[in-house]
Design a binder for this molecule. Structure first.
Ligand SMILES: Cc1cc2nc3c(=O)[nH]c(=O)nc-3n(C[C@H](O)[C@H](O)[C@H](O)COP(=O)(O)OP(=O)(O)OC[C@H]3O[C@@H](n4cnc5c(N)ncnc54)[C@H](O)[C@@H]3O)c2cc1C
Length: 308
C-alpha cells in the first residue's frame, strides 16, 4: 500500500472477533481497515464440527467462508479494506494509535482493535511437562482416527478435545488424556464420553522410547505416585498462548485484558483471557470493542502510511 489509507478503526486479525469488529465499525460508518496475516476466519478453519454458534453452520470452514464474504461485501461497498500483512507492534498516543507491520509500514488510526487470538503451545512450554526442546508431537486437532493406535496418550485437556470427539463420533479408540489441575474445568465437559479415560496428573516427563519407536512417559499423579508408560502415539492438546503484539499491556499469564490497554487500543476475542475462548464471546467482544471506542470519542481521523 503506497498511498495514504484513510480510516478510523484499524482491526488486527480477521478471525471471528476481528470480523465482528469490522462489521460493527462499518455499520457505524467508521472508515475501517483490517490487517490479516493469514486467512480470514482464523481458528475457524480448524473446527470440524460446530454446534454452539448462531446460524446453521455445522463446520468452522463454513462460517469462515461466510465471514470472508461479509468482508468482501464491505470492501466492494468501499466501507472497509483488507491489508494482507503481519502486525508487529502497537502504540497508543493522545491523538492516535500506531501499528507497525513486519514490512516496516506504519499505520495510524483513531483506534486499533487487536484480535490476534492465540497460538498453539508446544510441550516444552507447559509448566507441568518436561520434554526435549523440539519434540515432534502432533497436534490432536490435526490428527484423524486412522492415525491413532490402541494406546494413545493426549497431553492436556484443552477444548479441541471435545471438538475432536464430535468430529469423529465413530472413532472407537480410547484417548488416555493426561489432565493437569488447570484443565479440570475443561475435562468435565467431555468426561461423559466413554472414549475418554482421564488420567489426573501433576507432572509428566516425556522422552523418546529406548527402542526409538514412540515415547516414554513418566507420569506423576496428584498424590505424588509415579507410573511410566510407553506409547507410539502421543498427541498434544495443550491449549494456547496469547498472540500478543509488542506494546500491549499483559496480565501475569501473558493475556491482554481490554481494561489494561491504552484508551486508543482495544483487545478482543481469545487474546483477552484464557477463559471465554469461544466463537460467540469473541464476536461479542469484537463488536463491543468498537462500540466502546465509538462512544468514547467522536471518530474523525485517518490512517497515514509511512515507511518503505
Ligand atoms: C480445534 C479447535 C476447535 C474449536 N472448537 C470450537 C467450538 O466448537 N466452538 C467454539 O465456540 N469455539 C471453538 N474453538 C475456539 C474458537 O475457534 C476461538 O475462540 C475463536 O476462533 C477466537 O476468535 P479470535 O478472532 O479471537 O481469534 P482467531 O480465530 O485465532 O483469529 C485470529 C486471527 O488473527 C490473525 N493474526 C494473528 N496474529 C496476527 C498478526 N500479528 N498480524 C495480523 N494478523 C494476525 C490470525 O491469522 C487469525 O486469522 C476451537 C478452537 C480450536 C483450535
Amino acid at each position: 500500500m503506497n498511498a495514504p489509507h484513510e480510516t478510523d478503526v484499524l482491526v488486527v486479525g480477521a478471525g471471528p472477533s476481528g470480523v465482528a469488529a469490522a462489521l460493527m465499525a462499518a455499520s457505524l460508518n467508521l472508515r475501517t481497515a483490517v490487517v490479516e496475516a493469514a486467512s480470514v476466519g482464523g481458528k475457524l478453519h480448524a473446527i470440524g464440527a460446530l454446534e454452539n454458534v448462531s446460524g446453521n453452520w455445522t463446520t468452522g470452514p463454513q462460517l469462515a467462508e461466510a465471514l470472508a464474504s461479509d468482508l468482501d461485501r464491505l470492501q466492494q461497498a468501499g466501507r472497509c479494506s483488507v491489508i494482507r500483512a503481519r502486525a508487529v507492534s502497537v502504540t497508543g498516543y493522545d491523538d492516535r494509535a500506531d501499528l507497525v507491520l513486519d514490512d516496516g509500514r506504519v499505520l495510524s488510526a483513531q483506534v486499533v482493535v487487536v484480535a490476534t487470538g492465540v497460538s498453539t503451545m508446544a510441550p516444552p512450554e507447559a509448566d507441568w511437562i518436561s520434554a526435549p526442546e523440539q519434540p515432534s508431537v502432533p497436534l490432536l486437532w490435526r490428527t484423524g482416527p486412522a492415525d491413532l493406535t490402541d494406546r494413545t496418550y493426549v497431553l492436556g485437556a484443552d477444548r479441541p478435545l471435545g471438538t475432536w470427539l464430535r468430529t469423529h463420533p465413530h472413532s472407537p479408540t480410547t484417548l488416555h488424556v493426561l489432565c493437569p489441575p488447570a484443565d479440570d474445568y475443561k475435562i468435565s465437559e467431555v468426561s461423559g464420553d466413554e472414549r475418554v479415560r482421564v488420567v489426573p496428573v501433576s507432572q509428566v516427563a516425556l522422552s523418546p522410547a529406548p527402542d526409538g519407536d514412540g515415547w516414554s512417559l513418566l507420569v506423576k499423579d496428584r498424590q505424588g505416585e509415579r507410573t511410566s508408560y510407553v506409547s507410539t502415539t502421543v498427541l498434544s492438546n495443550l491449549g494456547s498462548k496469547p498472540a500478543a503484539l509488542d506494546g500491549l499491556a499483559l496480565s501475569e499469564d501473558g493475556y491482554c485484558p481490554p481494561g489494561k490497554q491504552h484508551p486508543r487500543i482495544r483487545t478482543a476475542g481469545d487474546l483477552r483471557a484464557a477463559q471465554f475462548q469461544r466463537i460467540a464471546t469473541g464476536q461479542g467482544s469484537g463488536a463491543e470493542a468498537v462500540l466502546a471506542a465509538y462512544y468514547a470519542t467522536v471518530p474523525s481521523g485517518s490512517v497515514h502510511v509511512t515507511g518503505p
